[in-house]
Design a protein around this ligand. Sequence first.
Ligand code: DHB
Length: 309
Amino acid sequence: MISLETTISNKTFSNCLMNASGVKCMTLEELSNLKNSESGTWITKSCTISPREGNPSPRYVDLQLGSINSMGLPNLGFEFYLDYALKEHKSGNDNLFFSVAGLTLEDNIEMLTQIENSDFQGLVELNLSCPNIPGKPQTGYDFDRTDEVLKQVFSFYTKPLGVKLPPYFDIVHFEMMANILNKYQLRFITCINSIGNALYVEDESVVIKPKGGFGGIGGAYVKPTALANVRMFHKLLKKDISIIGCGGVESGKDVFEHILCGASMVQIGTQLMKDGTKVFSKILTELKEIMKDKNYTTILDFKGKLKEL
Ligand code: DHB
């Protein structure tokens, strides 16, 4: 018998797949679809204190090898997602992720204070890496700022919390960020967010409207970068910080590779956008097939065990 069960913090999930925040998780209907899908868990759209319309359209475009987006944090506002999470709690489910992406540190503190004081017992993914708000830098690229955010958050927040990080491309940057993360009681990191502020050109034109066509890239384009980030943080972080891999997952093989590099859970973004929630059962079947061929019966049989030459 093959088990795809996985554990993050104090939560065990029936399998290692979930959506990437932002994809099909904004409305009640979308969240219900995710809940009723084959995924092991799901996460809400990154929220701000007040509801937002987001950036002008077109703001998400499928590309041959992935996607480009500059959504601009459209969401129904913190209260909606807290109500949603509390309803889940009341119906006995605390195994979901709540994504928070305040526009300022003060907004993040405000939302996390409310979550801390609520009955919500799930996991929070604090987004430090949204690339799409004009004028707002990605916090994860500012090491001192990231340290300050975590210092303030962990001065009062006691529930399971992780951070969503942007991709890093330099060994020293990995080391600097890992040294900061290792100072705190983080339960997980999610890596990577999209490769921010890329530009796609077609027919002498950009393809999305916001920011002169600049947007975050996801999908096959980013898989090697995602795997590198998962692998590096697997090596550098203390072992009680789990890694949620995200980036370029289209097949069971892609999930297998993320886990080999050290991921405990794997998120699906671009491909979920393309195929809808049926993507989960397809990928789970493929992953089980790979495990069967290799005589692996659990995720732990191969997690982090990437061979080096
Ligand atoms: C958005 C994009 C992101 O990559 C993210 O982490 C949060 C929000 C967006 O544009 O809505």
